[in-house]
Design a protein around this ligand. Sequence first.
Ligand code: DC
Length: 224
Amino acid sequence: MSKPPVIAIDGPSGSGKGTLCKLLAQRMGYHLLDSGALYRLVALAAEHHGVSMENERALADIAAHLDVQFLTSADADKVVLEGEDVSLSIRTEAVGMNASRVAGLTLVRRALEARQRAFAEIPGLVADGRDMGTVIFPQACIKIFLTASAEERANRRYKQLKSKGLDASLADILVDIKQRDDRDQNRTVAPLRPAVDAVLLDCTHMSIAEVEHKVMTLIRNRGL
Ligand code: DC
């Protein structure tokens, strides 16, 4: 039986991957993997259980046994961790920073591999992350590396947090984004970098509609 097609979208924090991937999954009728949410969930579960962000073995154990449900409905998507709705709390900058730390740990990444690959089901998958095209789905039929300047990404993140009613400071977000970029790009395990066969897309001066149009054209040109 042929494997379900995978569209892998990688790139740094705030590049618009999340929004793009949701739109693509809807358009294509595909499943959606938000792999960043998994690292955020590990960080949040560790916090709840009083586990240090340096305790690699304990964090990998949490990652391997994450009790999580991704619920999708017409009006809102929900993430439920150990019975609690954490859709908003996993999106805070503090959790994002801890997620970036746990994401640098080999055992945690390994513990999440099978769970991520299990999302690739018929009719297909849109996978959002940092290592989708390089490590998790090297066989992906389309790989996009979506980026934008750090300033533009900070600006977008700021607006996103505000629209969700969360407290935010633009200057702090820019510092966080630069730190997270540095950590994600320079870690030894699965560093953030484009796959050799990825299409690079700099969307600093593009609207989300323009990005979606460009990527949909690529997808259609590959016969999907
Ligand atoms: O995309 P995000 O901001 O929700 O991701 C949270 C953190 O998880 C981010 O700092 C990088 C890390 N991450 C990763 O290392 N690999 C992935 N596939 C997805 C996210």
